[in-house]
Write a protein that binds this ligand. Structure first.
Ligand code: C2E
Ligand code: MG
Ligand code: MG
Ligand code: MG
Length: 278
């Protein structure tokens, strides 16, 4: 009977919902534990300048090795950490760990010029961010000019007044600010002149097709020109091929980052690989 089938479907549906809710709950608990168990690490992806191919910096990327599931993507667990109120503590761990690593490298004579650290929107809203950054810099005797904080356009939209105040205070600390995934948000461009921003990071969705299609290359060219006229540094993320690299250099992009130039790596392996080039 149709009615029975409907009822069965409903039961399946409900079981599916329960499974998913349970799975989600388990993931939340594991995430809370992970901070106590030291299950997070940072990997580092190199960034190069186009002109001379020199190593100019790295981006710190969060990694979570789950005891049963294996590696879980930050694209999955960062939003959950935000929802369950864990991002403040996790973000602080990232700041501290990244600054400690940078200090260790400098002490060992490996003077990485810049380290980029990702921030989530929640860290802006929850407060205490500026204090966390200042404390991490001081704790590890980090020159603020070595640090770039990456944030997405959506942060700039959420709470304009609050974000402006926070960005000005971060700027006053001496760290620089990059707009990550530039071009994918829905924000107006006017924030670029109002906020204290140093760098545009062109989203990889624009980079992927630039060696095939004319319109995409012209879009990237326009973003680079925009950055140039506002005196912003422009970096392209997601560079995967020699052709993309060459095209970006022809378009006068300042810096490049991507699998073609180097994958994110644990700190111990970063310098050996990053300095050997593509
Ligand atoms: P994102 O900041 O835009 O980071 C770039 C992402 O692209 C990284 O993914 C990186 O591994 C990947 N990637 C780099 N080069 C290439 C390439 O050539 N091709 C392709 N297809 N991908 C490339 P990942 O590490 O999985 O991170 C994903 C996102 O998670 C990041 O995007 C960032 O939004 C967030 N995230 C990572 N670490 C942190 C963190 O410490 N704090 C916060 N709040 N978010 C983080
Ligand atoms: Mg980033
Ligand atoms: Mg990005
Ligand atoms: Mg991205």
């Amino acid at each position: 009977h149709a009615k029975d089938i409907g009822k069965n479907n409903f039961q399946f549906f409900q079981r599916d919902m329960n499974d998913r809710a349970l799975e989600r709950l388990a993931l939340e608990n594991d995430l809370r534990r992970a901070l106590l168990d030291n299950a997070f690490t940072l990997h580092y992806q190199p960034q190069f300048d186009c002109l001379e191919g020199r190593l100019v910096g790295a981006e710190a990327l969060l990694r979570w090795q789950h005891p049963q599931r294996g590696a879980v993507s930050p694209a999955v667990f960062v939003p959950i950490a935000e929802e369950i109120g864990l991002i403040g503590a996790l973000g602080d761990w990232v700041l501290d760990t990244a600054c400690r690593q940078l200090a260790d490298w400098h002490a060992a004579g490996q003077k990485l010029p810049r380290l980029a650290i990702n921030l989530s929107g929640r860290q802006f809203i929850e407060g205490g961010l500026v204090e966390q950054v200042a404390a991490a810099l001081q704790r590890h005797a980090i020159n603020p000019q070595w640090i770039e904080l990456e944030l997405t356009e959506s942060i700039l939209l959420d709470d304009v007044v609050g974000t402006m105040r926070t960005l000005r205070r971060l700027n006053a600390l001496g760290v620089s600010i990059a707009v990550d995934d530039f071009g994918t948000g829905y924000s107006s461009l006017s924030y670029l002149k109002d906020f204290p921003i140093d760098t545009l990071k062109i989203d990889r969705s624009f980079i992927a097709p630039i060696d095939q299609d004319g319109a995409d290359a012209r879009l990237v060219e326009a973003i680079i020109a925009l950055g140039r006229s506002l005196r912003l540094r422009v970096i392209a993320e997601g560079v995967e091929t020699q052709a993309q690299l060459q095209r970006l250099c022809e378009l006068d992009c300042d810096e490049v980052q991507g699998f073609y130039l180097g994958h994110p790596l644990p700190a111990e392996r970063f310098f050996a690989v990053a300095l050997s080039g593509p």
